[in-house]
Structure formats: structure tokens, C-alpha cells
Ligand binder design. Structure first.
Ligand SMILES: Nc1ncnc2c1ncn2[C@@H]1O[C@H](COP(=O)(O)OP(=O)(O)OP(=O)(O)O)[C@@H](O)[C@H]1O
Length: 249
């Protein structure tokens, strides 16, 4: 298996004297979806900021497509698309113009571009809004533009931060179907979310963060075990509460 994302012994945060993350390690392989879960303030966004290259590790490393940002920034940045929790769009650009920008940034071939854009607009019920300015879109529609831009790029790694908040049920279903599809084509996905039932249903592995430390990592069986629950008995949610509420033996 190829590790598209490898976080190894990462200690970091905003202030060198007060790290938020402590020795965080996990990886996301090609064809795998990994759920990053934890309470408010556990360090999920901080981890994601390190992966995006917005923060520098105090120790340890983050590798994307087998390189660190310092080793090869171009290869590193080209290898992932990021869908933030709050959509960041240019108000004066239309939906189509955003997709065009994303296509150019990721050098999507013209032949792929038209096919992917039409299909995305249809699947996300955004055809009637293709010429609408971002400023005139609803919150969920803005989120859809971010998601469509990422899917259009078809990168090896998707980093998705709490994607379900603004989306309607159809949008959530489309996104999950889409993530399953790109995963089966070999993409790696790191998804942070508080919706544990969805995370359990769709992710292959889980990283449970608590106070900036990984308290469990692995498939459901391994997380249940870490929480002191028997194999095959219990849900991710039960394991999570034990792990973060100190209920685990
Ligand atoms: N810009 C910042 N400067 C300093 N400290 C920060 C900053 N952003 C977050 N923190 C601190 O880092 C810790 C982890 O926060 P982080 O945002 O990573 O949590 P999270 O797991 O993403 O939480 P949530 O589920 O609420 O989004 C918290 O103690 C928080 O106060």
C-alpha cells in the first residue's frame, strides 16, 4: 500500500512553548478513507493546518506523496485538495468561474474538464446556478462549490474538514457517494467530522485525538479494543465516549 499522507511523530501548534499536538502519528493510504475525530479543541484543525503547510512541525514530519513540504513544495501541494469547513469563495466570481480556476490550478485536461464539470453540476443540483455569483449562493451551495472544485481536480489526496454541516440530505448523499467512488479509484481521504455514525459507516480507519494526542488509531476493531470494548461489540460512538471521557480501562 502507498501512504499518500504520512504524519509521523508530529508535535506542533501555534506557540513553540505550548504545543497543541504531541507526537501525533497516522497515515492515509491510497484507496483508504480515514476519519479524524475528537472533541472541540482536541487538535483536529491544528493537525489539518500542519498537513496544509500552514504550520511548521516543532518535531516530527508530514509527508504528502512521499515528500515533505520543504523537500518538494510543488509535488506536495499538487497532491491534495482541501475542502474547508467554511467555504472560501470569491464573491464576484460565478460558480463556473470557480470551477475554471480550480481546473487551471490543478492543470485538468480540457477533455476531462468539460465532462467532469457537467457531471458535477448535475449531481450537485447546481446546473441552474452555474452563472450565479458566489455572493448570491446559499451557504450549502457555497459548500458545494468547494466540494465540486476539489472533485474536479481529482487529486491523490482529499482533506475534508467537517463537510456535512451546511449540506442538505441530497448534498450529503452525493458527497458520500462521490467519496466512495474516488476512493475506489485509489484516492486517499482524510475527513474530520463530529457525525460519528457517518464516520463509522464510511471510513476504513479512525484517528481519535484527545488533548492533542492520538488515543486510538486503526480500524473499528482496533479502536474498540483501545477503548476496552470487545471485538464486534460496540460502535465507534461508544468507543469514542470511553476514550475521551476517561471511561476506558
Ligand atoms: N490560531 C490559534 N492560535 C492559538 N491557539 C489556537 C489557535 N487555533 C486553535 N488553537 C488552540 O489549539 C487547540 C486545538 O484547537 P483545534 O482548532 O485544532 O481543535 P479542533 O479539534 O479542530 O476543534 P473543533 O472541533 O472545535 O473544531 C485548542 O486549545 C485551541 O484553543
Amino acid at each position: 500500500m502507498v501512504s499518500v499522507l504520512q504524519v509521523a511523530g508530529l508535535t506542533g501548534g501555534y506557540n513553540p512553548r505550548k504545543p497543541v499536538l504531541h507526537d501525533v502519528s497516522f497515515q492515509v493510504e491510497a484507496g483508504e478513507m480515514v476519519g479524524l475525530i475528537g472533541l472541540n479543541g482536541a487538535g483536529k484543525s491544528t493537525t489539518i493546518k500542519h498537513i496544509l503547510g500552514l504550520l511548521t512541525p516543532q518535531s516530527g514530519s508530514v509527508r504528502v506523496a512521499e515528500v515533505t513540504l520543504a523537500e518538494n513544495s510543488e509535488r506536495y501541494r499538487e497532491a491534495f485538495a482541501y475542502v474547508p469547513e467554511s467555504p472560501v469563495l470569491y464573491d464576484e466570481l460565478t460558480v463556473e468561474e470557480h470551477l475554471r480556476l480550480s481546473g487551471m490550478a490543478y492543470a485538468v485536461k480540457d477533455s476531462d474538464y468539460d465532462r467532469r464539470v457537467e457531471s458535477l453540476l448535475r449531481r450537485y443540483q447546481m446546473e441552474p446556478k452555474r452563472k450565479a455569483f458566489a455572493a448570491h449562493l446559499s451557504k450549502g451551495m457555497r459548500q458545494k462549490v468547494m466540494i465540486m472544485s476539489a472533485l474536479l481536480a481529482a487529486p491523490p489526496l482529499y482533506i475534508i474538514d467537517e463537510p456535512f454541516l451546511g449540506l442538505d440530505p441530497l448534498g450529503i448523499r452525493s458527497l458520500l457517494d462521490e467519496l466512495e467512488a474516488v476512493k475506489s479509484q485509489g484516492a486517499a481521504i482524510l475527513m474530520s467530522s463530529h457525525i460519528l455514525s457517518t464516520v463509522e459507516a464510511y471510513c476504513d480507519k479512525f484517528v481519535v485525538l484527545h488533548h492533542g494526542e492520538v488515543v486510538a488509531y486503526g480500524n473499528l476493531e482496533q479502536v474498540l479494543l483501545a477503548a476496552g470494548l470487545e471485538k464486534g461489540r460496540g460502535t465507534l460512538e461508544e468507543a469514542f465516549y470511553r476514550l475521551v471521557a476517561g471511561g476506558a480501562p
